[in-house]
Design a protein. Structure first.
Length: 319
């Protein structure tokens, strides 16, 4: 292995990221942590904003235009050819299959995992008037809302956080749902009307966690990232991503999953739903942190068996 930074080295690290305010906040968090860990005299960190198809195409849902990879493809191209050194992502946006030669090498300590309810017209999802309009671009959130409130009208709400907040302000919808973690990172936690209980409204796998993607075998980068890595978050995400990988791993299906690590044990709650929220299946598992991947995989296998093949007829499941 290569040695860590010596006193005579100044390491330049170029971070690739999307250009939204939230993506930039996450990239700057990584930048600040790298400098805090190694010193400004040891590392120089630059941020390169990269436009992705997922950001450019705003008139259709992600499930219609290709799923999660739309937020990563252009960034990963630059990572593979060396134009950037690392990529910073929201973990919930990451496909379970990465381009050959790349890996998720670091997970920062997880922020809040819950979904936040925002509305000028009601204090909670339960309090929305009959037939009210809720805006979301997430199939998971739409299915979970329909499960709890089948009377509500769901409308497409694509765009970054600021765009969706503007749509809410303009009255396009009576309410919307956003990740609590993202609002916290943007300093907008004051906009949260209420928070949904993850036990009843489980989050997307990876929600609330920033991950760093890098080239496999780049030991210099691995050494520089090591102080940023959070063990419990990495273990939880390994469980959630194993669950996701065995089911689908794109934005085309309503899947929720949350793993928690405590006292060397993992507890996992997973759920799959029909898009209209009328049918759902859930699973709870627990075990040792040594078995996080198998726990996530076995939870997915249980749901596949419980739901039956008819439930998955449009899912294009991995074999």
């Amino acid at each position: 292995m290569t040695s860590k930074t010596t006193s005579s080295e100044l390491n330049l690290i170029v971070i690739g990221t999307r250009g939204s305010d939230l993506a930039l906040a996450q990239a700057n968090e990584v930048r600040n942590r790298l400098i805090a860990a190694h010193g400004a005299d040891k590392v120089k960190v630059e941020i390169e904003v990269i436009s992705t198809k997922g950001d450019r195409v705003q008139d259709r849902s992600l499930s219609q235009i290709g799923g999660k990879g739309l937020f990563t493809e252009e960034i990963e191209e630059r990572l593979l050819d060396g134009r950037i050194d690392i990529a910073v992502h929201s973990s919930k946006d990451m496909p379970t299959i990465l381009p050959q030669g790349l890996e998720l090498s670091c997970f920062l300590e997880r922020e809040a995992v819950a979904d936040a309810f925002l509305s000028p017209k009601a204090g909670s999802l339960e309090e929305l008037p009959q037939g009210a309009v809720l805006g979301t671009s997430s199939l998971r959130r739409a299915a979970l809302v329909r499960r709890l409130r089948p009377d509500l009208k769901i409308v497409e709400f694509r765009g970054n956080v600021q765009t969706r907040l503007k749509k809410l302000q303009d009255g396009v919808a009576d309410a919307t749902l956003l990740a609590e973690a993202g609002l916290n990172r943007l300093g907008n936690s004051d906009l949260i009307t209420s928070k949904l209980n993850p036990a009843d409204f489980p989050p997307a796998p990876g929600q609330g966690a920033i991950c760093i993607e890098s080239r496999i075998g780049d030991e210099k980068i691995s050494n520089l990232l090591e102080p940023l890595s959070h063990k419990e978050t990495k273990l939880a995400l390994a469980c959630e991503r194993a669950f996701l990988a065995r089911l689908d791993g794109s934005c085309r299906t309503p899947i929720a999953g949350l793993a928690k690590i405590e006292n060397e044990q993992v507890t996992f709650h997973g759920m799959i739903l029909s898009p209209d929220g009328s049918v759902w299946h859930e699973v709870h598992r627990e075990g040792s942190i040594d078995d996080v991947v198998s726990i996530g995989t076995e939870a997915a296998e249980y749901l596949r068996e419980r739901a039956g093949s008819e439930f998955f007829k449009d899912w294009n499941l991995p074999t």
